[in-house]
Write a protein that binds this ligand. Structure first.
Ligand code: HAM
Length: 430
């Protein structure tokens, strides 16, 4: 999973390296990945979020209309191609717009509201690869569609925070409201911001000057020192929210307080996707480098209409699995799976013939069991058992078969005991 490992493999056999910015997900790292993904989907299901999946590619206009043509993701990072039928398709750079499309297409919003959905899957963005930033990366996330209640914002945020804690990630929650499109709210504020930026055009970094017209809010995200200094004095959206948006934010903060979720209001937090309205938030981790956002999300009350559907408010978040694994370090390794309950060692022809049958019987009883499939010697099998990380070796020889008992060796302590073949299921459990 990590860039470092991928690079090493590629250096040895460049012709077999995966495309730039992508990684092969190999064991043992893949165990941690699958553990965290499962933990996420279980946590989300525990709060009533049902699994959803959509195609890996969509009609390009779903992202142009949904995420916004002015956003960097749509303007600069999409993998867009024309298929053999002449249609413009795009590998999904994110899942909020596709999930909303699927909800509208499937009429889910006409049944029980809010529609609560959870996902895990690969996304694609052609960014400059670095630690924690890849061209194919995995996200887990949730979307709650159909309610504008502040309680939904709080629930969504709480579920994200709980999952990160369970995954062993130290994260801070930054929160803001970016208002809604209306002259009395964000639209009015943007006028002030543009005036402020225009007056300081010369003080901004060159790359940020073009943002004034295209996407002025994003100047807050600039990494350029010159621009950051200018932004220190910029008018803030929080001082120009309409009453309804300000009240909404206050309610969200009050509920989060009640739930005991720690947060910091960050009036300069803006998000990179254009569909956001009102609540916007990010989870950042001190254990990551430059790419310190583990995840982010927010409200998108105008997205359904932008896709041509009914007015339908929504809120959600997505977290990057790659960054979660980097931030969690070795935490959770013990529980990350990949340990076998037993490894069956066969001595002699009769035992070899019986070994797969025994392994199958134990597997059917719910145990994780492996065995030699390479015709190894007994010593070779014992070595392989140790490498397999199995807790016990179940040793089966002619004597054992005759006695209808196996020798069970604890591969941690080396202790051995004889266990009747019929009792193995119960005795191999930890
Ligand atoms: P996003 O902030 O673009 O939001 O991405 C969410 C998370 O995905 C990031 O914080 C990061 O952990 C991970 N991520 C993004 N790009 C990369 C990359 N190139 N390499 C590795 N990880 C990456 C969204 O995608 C929204 N759809 C979230 C959302 C859901 N908003 C509402 N609902």
């Amino acid at each position: 999973m990590s860039q470092e490992k991928g690079a090493k493999k590629g250096e040895e056999r460049p012709e077999l390296a995966p495309p730039r910015g992508t990684n092969d997900l190999l064991p043992p790292e893949s165990w941690r990945w699958s553990f965290v993904t499962r933990l996420a989907m279980d946590t989300f299901a525990g709060a009533g979020y049902a699994p959803v999946d959509t195609p890996a590619f969509e009609h390009t206009e779903i992202f142009e209309r949904g995420v916004g043509a002015a956003s960097e993701v749509v303007g600069k990072q999409m993998y867009t191609f024309t298929d053999r039928g002449g249609r413009s398709l795009t590998l999904r750079p994110e899942l909020t717009a596709p999930v909303m499309r699927a909800v509208l297409a499937g009429n889910l919003h006409r049944s029980r509201l809010p529609v609560k959905l959870a996902y895990a899957g690969p996304m694609f963005r052609q960014e400059r690869p670095q630690r924690g930033r890849h061209r194919q990366f995995f996200q887990v996330g949730i979307e709650a569609i159909g309610s504008a209640e502040p309680a939904v914002d709080a629930e969504v945020i709480e579920v994200g925070a709980s999952f990160l804690e369970a995954a062993g990630v130290r994260a801070s929650l930054l929160l803001n409201s970016i208002g809604h499109v209306d002259p009395a709210c964000r639209t009015g504020y943007l006028k002030l911001l543009v005036e402020y930026l225009e007056a300081r055009r010369d003080e901004l970094a060159a790359a940020d000057v073009e943002r004034i017209a295209a996407n002025p809010l994003r100047t807050f995200d600039s990494k350029e020192t010159k621009t950051r200094e200018v932004m220190q004095g910029a008018p803030l959206i929080s001082d120009h929210l309409c009453d309804a948006c300000a009240t909404h934010l206050e309610s969200v903060l009050a509920i989060l307080d009640e739930l005991g979720v720690a947060f910091e209001v960050e009036p300069r937090l803006v998000r990179g996707l254009d569909y956001y309205t009102r609540t916007a938030f990010e989870f950042t981790s001190p254990d990551l480098g430059a790419q310190d956002a583990v995840g982010g999300g927010g409200r998108y009350d105008g997205l359904a209409a932008a896709l041509g559907g009914d007015e339908l408010p929504g809120i959600g978040f997505a977290l990057g699995i790659d960054r979660i694994l980097l931030a969690a370090g070795d935490q959770g390794d013990e529980t990350a799976g990949g340990t076998l309950d037993a490894y069956v060692v066969a001595i002699g022809d009769a035992a070899r013939r019986a070994a797969l049958g025994l392994a199958t019987r134990l597997r059917r009883a719910g145990l994780a069991v492996d065995l030699d499939l390479m015709g190894r010697s007994v010593r070779g099998q014992m070595r392989d058992a140790a490498r397999s990380r199995a807790r016990s070796a179940v040793i089966l020889g002619d004597a054992e078969i005759a006695a209808q008992a196996a020798t069970v060796r604890d591969l941690g302590t080396g202790e051995e005991r004889s266990v009747a073949l019929g009792d193995l299921e119960g005795r191999l459990l930890p």
